[in-house]
Design a protein around this ligand. Structure first.
Ligand code: SF4
Length: 336
């Protein structure tokens, strides 16, 4: 039996019933693949269902205001994914009449669609022999072949793509791609591969030699950069909070945030220190010294007052929403 047959048979019998697996709609697969990047499947499913209900087609997404898109994305993190999906939908409407192209190379010209997502859409939705290589597929392949190359290198990704392409000969690409993803997610996991349950064990060199835990080879990731910042919760007597639209640090464009600076501005020198908080991004850590201030008038660039009862409908950066929520609850508690 060939590797692709063993994999496809296993997948058809063992796949999880996930909502986006019920669809061959390229748009739905595009959305699910983008959401699943850097997010656990069980966490992204409610977002996926809300998204597809609100914007069931590329056209509907293209016409949506960016603020609504970011608002629905709130909680998933890595907001650039949402922005790119929105831009991508607009381009697909303008250039392709709302229909995603079926070619892996052409798909990669759409904002936010890289080689992996293009491979996933082309193979799952259009049945094309197009490899979709993400971290899971790299890990599984590196173990099967006992690959000594660093999986963070492009040359390694290219080699894995070529290998996956060869494995895909004479099989249903949609089933194969989803099967390989499922093996990576359920069986050949990072910490503890379940080799005795794996349909690929008879093809796997590292299983044969008991070396599974030595693969994949990956050079250590760069440490995230730590930034000390000063964050201000500023309220007035009209039950309003001051929010900032400043994104000069290049992070989370389109989302509002609490006023936050590398140094304490003169105009808020009287603010009272509340606590230190930490928020970890993929490549950056904010060490936030959090202050609050009650005042009616303050001079801070790119800020405006927002009614507290509107905060739930505003797309705010998660680091600040969490602190704001804690402070609002404490205030509510005081008043009761
Ligand atoms: S046999 Fe083990 S190491 Fe090899 S692919 Fe399967 S789970 Fe991974």
């Amino acid at each position: 039996m060939k590797l692709s047959e063993a994999l496809s048979q296993w997948y058809l019998e063992n796949q999880r019933p996930l909502p986006f697996r019920e669809s061959r709609d390229p748009y739905a697969i595009w959305v699910s693949e983008i959401m699943a990047q850097q997010t656990r499947i069980d966490s992204m499913i409610p977002y996926y269902l809300r998204w597809i209900e609100q914007w069931p087609t590329v056209e509907a997404l293209a016409q949506a205001p960016l603020q609504d898109v970011l608002q629905l994305w709130q909680g998933l993190g890595y907001y650039n994914r949402a922005r790119k999906l929105h831009q991508g939908a607009q381009l697909v409407v303008e250039k392709y009449g709302g229909k995603l192209p079926d070619d892996q190379k052409v798909l990669q010209t759409i904002p936010g669609i890289g080689a992996y997502t293009a491979g996933a859409i082309a193979s799952i939705a259009f049945g094309k022999r197009a490899p979709a290589v993400d971290g899971n597929v790299l890990r599984v392949t590196a173990r099967i072949l006992e690959m000594e190359e660093d999986i963070t290198k492009k040359t390694t990704v290219d080699r894995v793509s070529q290998q996956v392409y060869e494995w895909m000969e004479d099989c249903d690409p949609s089933v194969f791609t989803q099967g390989l993803m499922e093996i990576g997610a359920l069986i050949c996991t990072f910490k503890k591969p379940s080799c005795l349950l794996c349909p690929l064990s008879s093809f796997c060199q590292s299983f044969a030699r008991g070396t599974m835990e030595q693969y994949p080879i990956k050079k250590s990731a760069k440490k995230p950069q730590e930034l000390q910042v000063y964050t201000f919760l500023i309220r007035n007597r009209k039950n309003q909070i001051l929010l900032s639209e400043d994104h000069s640090d290049g992070l989370m464009e389109g989302l509002l945030r609490l006023p936050q600076y590398a140094q304490i501005p003169e105009s808020v020198k009287t603010a009272v220190f509340v606590e230190n908080r930490k928020h970890v991004f993929s490549h950056r850590i904010w060490r936030m010294a959090c202050y609050q201030l009650e005042c009616e008038d303050v001079v801070l660039e790119k800020t405006h007052w927002v009614d507290c009862d509107q905060l739930d409908s505003i797309a705010l950066v998660t680091a600040h929403r969490k602190w704001l929520k804690k402070m609002m609850e404490a205030k509510q508690h005081e008043q009761n």
